[in-house]
Design a protein around this ligand. Sequence first.
Ligand code: FES
Length: 111
Amino acid sequence: MTAQRACAVSDLQEDTPLRVELDGVPIAVVLDSEGEIHAIGDTCTHGDISLSEGFVEGTTLECWAHGSAFSLCSGKPLNLPAYEPVPVYVTEIVGDDLMIDPTVTKDVSGL
Ligand code: FES
């Protein structure tokens, strides 16, 4: 599997999650207020809720259903009720294209 075009970088709006689906894998893409682009699994690990419908605050994305906030860097929930992390995907910018391989996740063990 190789990286695929997820969206145009210029389509991303600060702190506004964008849901993309690559090979059936839902991914939430977020441009944070520091200009960093993050790509994490879009499905909350507490319930079948799209995290991209939630709220960005700093480098977290909060699930609207019950309030678990997931780190955009590590994918880990920072508060209950979710306790399992979501995957964090490697991103690459090519021109104005944001490229993501939905089979490649970041090693976040040190985060
Ligand atoms: S479904 Fe996301 S915190 Fe409950």
